[in-house]
Design a binder for this molecule. Structure first.
Ligand code: IPE
Ligand code: IPE
Ligand code: MG
Length: 239
């Protein structure tokens, strides 16, 4: 692999934040921000694919987002139906493989159906691996992984010599490489319980644009900055 290829972002994760503030700034209800944000998933997924990203993992709804009003949560739960209803055929034609992380069984039945259907319909594809994190929380993911591992030990299917690589097999992201770049939109400087394990050596970028205003140009800039970074993984700076 050439050095240039090694510097490319293979796995991009995005915390899609700022929908509510984006809408408020335009005198619109928060839901208008969520609608524009859902539509931007298509725009950015296409751009990421064209820019050479292989895995795109988007934070859509956290385990903490249930604290919001029932009206807002209900609205958000209808968005996958809108997104995939409008664009699923295009996603399939572009070779995208849809995946989900998070505890989907706690979502409304209709939302679950839409999400599982998207996964099923695109499972033969091998283009961009587009993963949506829905009812996802990283601490919960790690706790569930620990429980599964403990069960395997009790049943004699695993021993006590578990290492990091082995533990990753119990995570919801088991089939993905670790995150290369994490972008958070809308200027907040926190991780909000997203992919805590998987970002161990990710590069971080925080951009001021709200998610509905995060354009392919901003993405391109983020990836260019990423490629200019010197990732050392604990080693010594390249001379
Ligand atoms: C991100 O935008 C979408 C979700 C968390 C579901 P927000 O709804 O958090 O928007 P702000 O941060 O309140 O502006
Ligand atoms: C993180 O955004 C979750 C998603 C983008 C889905 P939040 O808006 O929920 O995060 P906090 O509450 O500002 O930390
Ligand atoms: Mg927010």
């Amino acid at each position: 692999m050439s050095t240039k290829e090694e510097k490319k972002c293979r796995h991009l994760a995005i915390i899609m934040d700022g929908n509510g503030r984006w809408a408020k700034a335009q005198g619109k209800p928060r839901t208008a921000g969520h609608l524009a944000g859902a539509d931007n998933v298509r725009t950015i997924a296409i751009a990421a694919d064209q820019l050479g990203v292989k895995y795109l993992t988007l934070y859509a709804f956290s385990t903490e987002n249930w604290k919001r009003s029932e009206q807002e949560v209900n609205y958000i739960m209808k968005l996958p139906g809108m997104l995939f209803g409008k664009y699923m055929q295009e996603f399939i034609d572009r070779g995208f493989q849809l995946n989900m992380i998070g505890e989907l069984d706690r979502l409304p039945k209709e939302t679950q159906k839409v999400l599982y259907d998207a996964v099923e319909r695109s499972k033969m594809n091998d283009g961009l691996h587009l993963t949506m994190a829905v009812n996802y929380g990283s601490q919960r993911e790690i706790v569930l992984a620990a429980r599964k591992y403990a069960k395997d030990v009790l049943e004699g299917k695993a021993d006590l010599n578990l290492e990091a690589e082995g533990f990753e097999k119990y995570l919801m992201t088991k089939d993905m490489p670790n995150v290369d770049l994490l972008i958070r939109t809308s200027g907040e400087l926190r991780i909000s319980n997203y992919l805590l394990w998987q970002i161990a050596y990710a590069e971080l970028e925080f951009v001021p644009e709200a998610w509905p205003a995060f354009t392919p140009e901003v993405l391109d800039r983020c990836l260019a900055e990423f490629e200019g970074r010197d990732r050392r993984f604990g080693g010594v700076k390249n001379e």
